[in-house]
Design a protein around this ligand. Structure first.
Ligand code: DAH
Length: 462
C-alpha cells in the first residue's frame, strides 16, 4: 500500500451549519435512523463523533453478499474451493453468513494485534463506533469458530468462512473498499493420537498432490531464527502441522489454476508456486504462498500455525489442540480466473455482466463495451498544521464519485525550496463501466471533490 500523505488529525468544526457538518451528516447518517445511530444489516448501532467514519455508500455494500450468489464469479470461486477442501473427509464446517459488523475485540484484540498496529487506525478501517467496525478480515471470526469446536457445537475439526471485508484503501483497478476473503482452519488434539491422525491426513493430501503432474512448488527448509515457532510446540508438531497446511493450500492452488487452464484448453501448461516467510500476529510460524502468473509472482494467501492465545481466547485449555489457519483473498483470484479487468465490475447491477457467468463454470468475461474515461488533475498545497492521509483523499473522491472513479494516482509531490511548503498533484481517472459520462457531470464531481478537500483539510488549491 503506498502512502504518500501521512497520518494526521482531521479538523472538526463546532459550527453545525458549516458545509463540513452537512457533508458529515450526509455521509454518516441514514434516512431510516436518527443522526446518532446507523443501521448495518438491519441492526442499529450508536455512532460516536470521535470514531464513526463509515459512509453511506459503504454501508450499502454490506447487504450485497456477492459470495452467496452461485453464478457470480466470487460465488463460483468460493464454491470451487469449498468443494475441493471438503471432497474427501468433510473436515470443514462452512460458515458463509457472518455479518460484517464485528467488535474491535473480535477483529483485532482476540488475534493479538498490538495496540498501535496501523490496521487499527481510522485512516485504514471503517469504524461504526469506538467498539465496532466493519471487519477488515475474515480472521475476525476465528475466535467464534474455534469456540464452536471447543463447545462441540460442530464435530468437524476445521472450518471455512467466506465473507465480505472492508478497508479504506487506494483506488485502482484491483482495489475496492469492499472485497472478499475465505478463512480456513483445522485443529488436532495435542496428543500422540492427534499426531498419528495428522500423519494419516498428510499422506492423503500427498497422494492427491502426486497425481497432479503440472504443478511445481518452491519451498525452503524451515528456519526458526527468522520464523519462530511457539514454545509450547515441539519441532515435530510444527513440522507436521505446517506440512498439512502447505499441502492443503497447494491443493487449492493447483485446483483453481488447473480449472483456469482447462477453461482455456491449456491443460499441459505448468503451474509454479512458491512459499515465503511472513508475519501475522495470530500465527507462528507464518507463510505466504505466491503463484507465477502472466510474468509475475502473485500473492495468494497468508497462513500459519495458530497461536495458542487465539485458542485459549476461544475457551480451549493450554496444550490441548494444535492446528493451522489461512486467509485467502477471493477477488483478485476471481479477476484472473474470469478475465475481469476492473474490480468495480463485481459490484455492478448491469445484467450484461451477470448473464455471462454460470454456476460451477469458469469462463472469460467479454467486455460489453469500453466507455471512454476522462482525466482531471487536482493540485494543492498541503496545510502543514493539518495532516492528511492518502486514504482520506481517496474517501472524499469515492464518496463524491462512487463507482465512476476508476483510479486515483499521485503524479507529483514536491517541496518548494524557498517556502518549504509541500505540493501534491493527484490524477483522477473518471470512467463508467456501464455508460457514457458527460464532461459537465464530471466537472461537477471534480468541483465537489475540490470543495470537500478545502473544507475538510484546509488545503490550498493551485
Ligand atoms: N487476515 C489476513 C489478511 O487479511 C490473512 C490471513 C493470514 C489469515 C494468515 C489467516 C492467517 O488466518 O493465518 O491479510
Amino acid at each position: 500500500m503506498s502512502c504518500s500523505l501521512k497520518r494526521f488529525i482531521p479538523v472538526i468544526t463546532n459550527n453545525k451549519h458549516t458545509l463540513q457538518a452537512i457533508i458529515e451528516k450526509s455521509l454518516y447518517s441514514t434516512a431510516t435512523s436518527s443522526p446518532n445511530t446507523i443501521i448495518v444489516n438491519g441492526k442499529e448501532f450508536e455512532t460516536d463523533s470521535e470514531k464513526t467514519n463509515v459512509p453511506q455508500n459503504i454501508l450499502k455494500l454490506t447487504d450485497k453478499a456477492l459470495h452467496l450468489k452461485a453464478s457470480h464469479p466470487i460465488g463460483i470461486l468460493r464454491t470451487l474451493i469449498e468443494n475441493k477442501l471438503n471432497s474427501d473427509d468433510h473436515a470443514f464446517e462452512v460458515y458463509n453468513n457472518f455479518k460484517p459488523a464485528v467488535s474491535v475485540f473480535e477483529n483485532f484484540d482476540s488475534l493479538g494485534f498490538p495496540k498501535d498496529h496501523v490496521g487499527r487506525s481510522k485512516s485504514d478501517t471503517y469504524y461504526i463506533n469506538k467498539d465496532h467496525l466493519l471487519r477488515t478480515h475474515t480472521s475476525a471470526h476465528e475466535m467464534f469458530c474455534f469456540g464452536n469446536i471447543q463447545k462441540k457445537i460442530t464435530d468437524k475439526p476445521g472450518y471455512l468462512i467466506s465473507a465480505d471485508v472492508y478497508r479504506r484503501d487506494e483506488i485502482d483497478k484491483t482495489h475496492y473498499p469492499a472485497f472478499h476473503q475465505m478463512e480456513g482452519a483445522r485443529l488436532w488434539p495435542k496428543t500422540e493420537a492427534g499426531q498419528k491422525q495428522l500423519k494419516k491426513d498428510i499422506s492423503v493430501l500427498e497422494t492427491k498432490l502426486n497425481q497432479i503432474k503440472n504443478f511445481t512448488v518452491i519451498d525452503m527448509p524451515y528456519k526458526e531464527e527468522t520464523n519462530p515457532k511457539q514454545k509450547h510446540m515441539t519441532k515435530e508438531e510444527v513440522q507436521l502441522v505446517s506440512t498439512h497446511l502447505k499441502r492443503t493450500i497447494e491443493l487449492i492452488v493447483a485446483e483453481v489454476f488447473n480449472k483456469k487452464l482447462a477453461s482455456e484448453g491449456k491443460t499441459n501448461e505448468e503451474i509454479k508456486s512458491r512459499w515465503i516467510e511472513a508475519y501475522f500476529p495470530w500465527t507462528a510460524p507464518s507463510w505466504e504462498i505466491e503463484v507465477w502468473w502472466k510474468g509475475e509472482w502473485l500473492e495468494l494467501c497468508g497462513c500459519g500455525v495458530v497461536r495458542e492465545q487465539v485458542l485459549t481466547n476461544a475457551g480451549m485449555g493450554t496444550n490441548e489442540k494444535i492446528g493451522w489457519a489461512f486467509g485467502l483473498g477471493l477477488d483478485r483470484v476471481a479477476m484472473l480466473l474470469f478475465d475481469i479487468p476492473d474490480i468495480r465490475l463485481f459490484w455492478t447491477d448491469d445484467q450484461r455482466f451477470h448473464e455471462q457467468f454460470k454456476e460451477n463454470t469458469i469462463s472469460s468475461f467479454k467486455p460489453y463495451s469500453k466507455y471512454p474515461g476522462t482525466i482531471r488533475d487536482i493540485s494543492f498545497w498541503v496545510n502543514n498544521s493539518i495532516d492528511i492521509h492518502e486514504n482520506d483523499l481517496m474517501e472524499i473522491v469515492r464518496n463524491t464519485a462512487g463507482d465512476l472513479v476508476e483510479s486515483v494516482k499521485l503524479i507529483d509531490d514536491f517541496v518548494h525550496p524557498k517556502t518549504g511548503r509541500r505540493s501534491l498533484c493527484y490524477r483522477i481517472n473518471y470512467q463508467s463501466m456501464d455508460r457514457n459520462i458527460t464532461n459537465e457531470e464530471i466537472n461537477n464531481l471534480q468541483d465537489t471533490v475540490r470543495a470537500n478537500l478545502v473544507e475538510q483539510y484546509k488545503i490550498e488549491l493551485r
